[in-house]
Design a protein around this ligand. Sequence first.
Ligand code: AMP
Length: 287
Amino acid sequence: MAEIKRISDPAEVQAIARQWKKEGLSIGIVPTMGYLHDGHRSLIHRACAENDRVIVSDFVNPIQFGPTEDLDKYPRDIEADTKLCSEEGVDIIFNPAPEDMYGAEGSFLTSVAVDKITKVLCGKTRPTHFQGVCTVVNKLFNISKADRGYFGQKDAQQLAVIRKMVKDLNIDIEIIGCPIIREEDGLAKSSRNKYLSAEERQAALVLSRSLRNARKALEEGERDADKLREAITAEIKTEPLSDIDYVSVVDAETLEDVSGKIQRSILVALAVKIGNTRLIDNFSFEL
Ligand code: AMP
């Protein structure tokens, strides 16, 4: 197996991808913000199994953070990330600096915006987030010339937004959604879990626990979306360190709120602050 290359220059990655395409090789891209854990690893593993060549981007994308968010303290460890990618057989870990992606300050003038489904759920409190995500992901698709892009269901809204962008803009790439990887006790793996104190780490279990109970209720026949939402909210409120951003039951595709009787496949999604750390989790239920 060829040794992994760590590259920061987008043009260099693009030139290699161009050559791979000439040779008829398939390419997978796994966009990440680094500080890789087993959730990322599952995407990378699948990408390596399904493609001749794999590029993992490792870039804390400044334009998807709001002014009061955690851009500066977002955890980074490029050496550990390179090791994980190398173990999985990744060909390139693309680790640009912000100026490699956006040039000198004030010089980047383009953005990609998906309407409507970016205004709900996380978009309510993070109004510029998905525009930042769509813009960087578009750039990554163009740089990598990938045939397949791998995204986690952990960020269910992001996955829905990327799928819509790809469809609307006829981007020639297959989007592959991968299941949520959890800690043994149920907490969804996240780079942000590092921020949690021991007490907060324990309190954070209320997210996955309340979702597990909601799924059980659905499996036992509950079809009232409002009751479901109320039960999840009540359970989260029993945890004193929690502060709810949203608890939502939405149409799995349009992300529109569902109230009353559940008649279509739904996404049950929540965002909750535990102390200062905002965590998200979700599950889909197919009808
Ligand atoms: P991030 O580095 O947080 O931007 O995540 C990069 C990709 O990994 C996104 O597509 C995430 O949805 C995915 N991801 C993050 N955490 C998990 C997890 N626990 N399980 C599955 N995928 C994940």
